[in-house]
Design a binder for this molecule. Structure first.
Ligand SMILES: [Zn+2]
Length: 189
């Protein structure tokens, strides 16, 4: 890979992928990062990918926590895991906090956060074709399919039994460590 060239990406959901899935994580204290997360992000980088988080955080629109609290959690997540960026959707059409209570193009399964990351990091079509979406929810897999990414469903969040909708991911792994070990590590471009 040439120096400075844009890279393919491993897009990561947050809860259930990098941290323990809880219905709403409202502060840094409640954000329980998996012990293997940092090493996995290191492997992602070693293999020549960016690691970018795309996360629905409708708790902002619902008034459970503020956008400032969320940004504090994002900084903590970046520091503790080494991910390159965190994109979040604070919206929900049934929200109660004025400016966030609306439909949007960023809430997964819409691909708005992925396209924004592509613009910010100069990721092109060829890179996208070599990129992954890793998540624990049907909406993660649907976003990945919408954006043309290889999709990976993890069982470390809500588990495959609780999938809201039938989806057909390209791969199913127990957790992020299994993904980096079994899929990413053996990939040769
Ligand atoms: Zn949104």
């Amino acid at each position: 890979m040439e120096c400075g060239r844009p890279k393919p990406v491993v897009f990561l959901d947050r809860d259930g992928v990098l941290s323990v899935e809880k219905s709403y994580v409202c502060s840094v204290d409640e954000l329980e990062i998996f012990p293997y997360a940092k090493e996995c992000v290191h492997t992602i980088h070693e293999k020549g990918y960016l690691a970018i988080v795309v996360t629905n955080q409708s708790g902002v629109a619902r008034g459970y926590f503020t956008e400032e609290q969320l940004q504090k959690m994002n900084r903590y997540l970046m520091r503790e895991t080494g991910v390159d960026a965190v994109y979040y959707c604070p919206h929900h059409e049934k929200g109660i906090v004025g400016k966030y209570a609306r439909q949007c193009q960023c809430r997964k399964p819409s691909a708005g956060m992925v396209w924004q990351a592509c613009r910010d990091f100069g990721i092109d079509t060829a890179d996208i074709e070599n990129s992954y979406m890793v998540g624990d929810r049907a909406s993660d897999i649907q976003l990945g399919q919408n954006a043309g990414l290889t999709t990976v469903l993890l069982e470390s969040g809500y588990g495959t039994k609780r999938l809201e909708e039938d989806v057909a991911p390209d791969h199913i792994c127990a957790n992020l460590a299994e993904f980096t070990r079994n899929i990413l590590f053996h990939r040769h471009d």
